[in-house]
Design a protein around this ligand. Structure first.
Ligand code: AHR
Length: 506
């Protein structure tokens, strides 16, 4: 396998939207309880936050975290999660057939987000609730004081407003599984009016309208069109969600799912722009890809209809705790490439979810926390993708796939930070058999040296299914990528088969 890549200092896509490196914390399974929060754990701090998990979160480096759902939010009353913990009601969460104690709520999440050094992206309930509750919540979080809801926040211990800028107008309301599922017209009008009321409380907030739950939804395209026809002028983003998995052992197609993600994003951009043109709008709506990941519901199918319910009403049950392997990590790397490549229109993205639930970080109750294989591409790109996104010209050996035809075996993105002078290259070799030689030609940039070069691939003695388990938490990680040669504006790399690499030049 061989690829030739050309990069020119003047050919760029956009500034790196730092919110592309977002994560998601839902009240689902063990993401909150025994994930980020476990007061009885030996590593818990005075507020019950697991410091071992927090350390891994800081290392992962997300910039923004979406909260509190997901499907959960469509039946959630935010008021249940504020005030003295002893007074908070225990509720039945219909989305995940779970007992919600409300021991963890808004104030706890705000405190946690400060510890984790992340921006908060707050989702409101537009399943069972509406305009009134939404504007009350913005008043509670963002108004300084002197009104009913803002003074309640102060009485609950937060003198200063939380100042939440980024809000999701509900979650997946196009999906029949959603509590409060709506037609596009019903949702579009509700989103428009809720957005208006929220911005009357705080005009500085940014709002994300709900897009399709995935590209396979029968209403995909028409949903976005109708919703934006109603709400274009009131919202700033429309959401995308997508989960991918290896189907019937077809690894080649799975490794090429980034191509599918590109197509999905391009489709949503077209729809947004069609509404913009027809409505003669002058502002630009962008994309918040606020749920994406590998989710193998063939292997981890514990939320199949009936299954969760049959287990009865439990507190924080184990739900979709996917164990990720080498192949999954390479695919996750290529999803991050796809998002970054579209950084002129995709401005926010959240990997779902942060801990335990299809997550880069795992933790056990009263036990250890560790990094999954998928931790590594996210951690490196969140740290190193800075400055401008470069427009790459790639000519690569093609690989045949059953689902997408021929695709580039080598997939790459690069960023260049003028301030530090650093160039970062993120590059995957999708070939399962062949190593890849890559020649990168740099126009207008003269890097002086290789600062770092790391690769994630099949470890010695392992195979593409090797994963990081509790007993072997470091089986798959990053190791030095050898044989990187920088010579007079040209970089030559040799990538192992099935690998993802990060190279930084000074
Ligand atoms: O992330 C898991 C679930 O997937 C979310 O709750 C929902 O929004 C999506 O269907």
């Amino acid at each position: 396998t061989h690829a030739r890549i050309t990069l020119d200092r003047d050919f760029t896509i956009a500034d790196v939207p730092r919110r592309l490196f977002g994560q998601f914390v839902e009240h689902m399974g063990r993401c909150v309880y025994t994930g980020i929060y476990e007061p009885e754990h030996p590593a818990a701090d005075a507020r019950g936050f697991r410091t071992d998990v927090l350390e891994l979160v800081r290392e992962l480096g997300p910039t923004v975290v979406r909260y509190p759902g997901g499907n959960f939010v469509s039946g959630y009353r935010w008021e249940d999660g504020v005030g003295p913990v002893a007074d908070r009601p225990v509720r039945m969460d219909g989305a995940w057939h779970t007992i919600e104690t409300n021991a963890f709520g808004l104030h706890e999440f705000m405190d946690w987000s400060r510890e984790a050094d992340v921006e908060v992206m707050e989702a409101i309930n537009l399943g069972t609730r509406g305009v009134e509750e939404a504007r009350a919540l913005v008043e509670y979080t963002n108004h300084p004081g002197g009104t009913y809801w803002s003074d309640l926040r102060r009485r609950n211990g937060a003198e200063d407003p939380f100042g939440i800028k980024l809000w999701c107008l509900g979650n997946e309301l196009d999906g029949p599984w959603q509590i409060g599922h709506k037609t596009a017209h019903e949702y579009g009008r509700l989103a428009q009016e809720t957005a208006k009321a929220m911005k009357l409380v705080d005009p500085s907030i940014e709002l994300v309208a709900v897009g399709s739950s995935n590209r396979q939804m029968p209403t995909f395209g028409t949903w976005e069109h109708t919703v934006l026809t109603h709400a274009y002028d009131q919202v700033d983003y429309i959401s995308m969600h997508a989960y991918y998995r290896e189907q019937s052992g077809d690894a080649a197609s799975f490794l090429a799912e980034g191509v599918e993600m590109d197509t999905f994003i391009d489709g949503v951009i077209s729809t947004i722009d069609a509404v913009k043109a027809a409505g003669k709008h002058t502002t630009q709506v962008d994309i918040s890809f606020d749920e994406w990941n590998v989710w193998d519901f063939d292997r981890f199918n514990d939320i199949e209809e009936g299954e969760v319910a049959a287990a009865g009403w439990r507190e924080h049950p184990r739900l979709i705790e996917d164990t990720y392997n080498v192949t999954d990590a390479v695919v996750v790397g290529t999803f991050l490439h796809s998002l970054l490549r579209h950084g002129d229109r995709v401005k926010i993205a959240n990997q779902a979810q942060l801990v335990n639930v299809i997550a880069p970080i795992r933790s056990e109750e009263n036990g250890p926390a560790w990094r999954q294989t998928t931790f590594w591409p996210f951690a490196r790109m969140a740290r190193m993708a800075k400055g401008r996104i470069m427009r790459l010209a790639i000519t690569s050996t093609q690989g045949a796939t059953a689902r997408f035809g021929d695709v580039d075996e080598v997939d790459a993105v690069a960023t260049w930070d003028e301030e530090s002078g650093r160039l970062a290259l993120f590059i995957a070799n999708r070939s399962l058999e062949s190593e890849a030689t890559v020649d990168l030609e740099l126009h207008g940039l003269r890097p002086t040296g290789v600062r770092s070069a790391e690769v994630l691939t099949v470890p010695e003695g392992g195979d593409r299914f090797t994963a990081n388990l509790q007993e072997t938490p470091d089986a798959v990680g990053l190791r030095p990528l050898h044989g990187v040669a920088l010579d007079d504006g040209a970089l030559r790399l040799t990538l192992p088969a099935l690998s993802w690499s990060a190279v930084e030049l000074d």
